[in-house]
Design a protein. Sequence first.
Length: 321
Amino acid sequence: MPTTMTLLPLRDRLAQPVARVPDRTFGIIAGGAALLTMAALLGIAVLLGINSADTFRHFGVLGFVLGTAWDVGSAAFGALPFIAGTMITAGLAMLIAVPVGVLSALYLAEFAPRWLATPLVMLVELIAAIPSVVIGLWGLVVLTPLVRDTVETWVSTTFSGVPFLAGAPVGSDVFTASLLLAIMVTPTIVAVSREVILALPANYREAYIGLGATRWETVVTVVLPSVRAGVLGACILALGRAMGETMAVTMTIGNADRVPTGLFDQGQTIASKIATSFVEASGPEEVGALLGLGLILMVMTLAVGIVARLLVGRSRAAAAS
């Protein structure tokens, strides 16, 4: 009996490393996948930096970022028109998409009956799955003339004295591209925000309604403050897509190499400029400049992601306190 008592713990100790082999193997595989993702991101950044180094060395970082000319003949390249186009179109798209998307998510999660919410959710998911080139084609054929003949004509006529709203309506401009981007990113905001709202425990709502609050007061006072971190993350995710969208914007923005000064001016984003010029680049100088634009867009996207993480973390800390 004493021999058995002393052998059992020893056997258990010998079996423990064997039992941990699957855990360790899975941990190694998962860690390798994470490192591979980080290596791919770092590799893209390094390759863009190496291939655009001559451009930044020749014009300087600020000189290239703040330059407004893009003249292939004289080898003068500046990124400001495309940075401005990217920020303006993405910003206008978010101004339209955020209130529409958040209110739609609240309706689908809190107010809509099940028989109506289910098909609407499926419709939102289908819109999100449409390829961007198809949406861009629809925007070019349908949305562009519609916006030109209705909204742009009325705004430019009624507010002709406002510089930002003046100008002849052309249809293919910053406003149309922003409107199309808003249509494309709204499903992302709706889908993610709805899931976050549905994940909120039901006792949060029930407790407040039990105190005599209405459904609307419950949504404003309890639901929205509790899910603001998730909703903010959804909006930042949509902003990242809006900044990097290519084909739909290329088809509707007009592709003019200048800084937009009005809502109905034609312009270019970084993604649309790369898409329209890279294949036909005339020399290594232009290729380097286009790769420099790609590096700038990557930095802008990473900056948005970092800011999003900080804001979401702060929102979660505030909600927990």
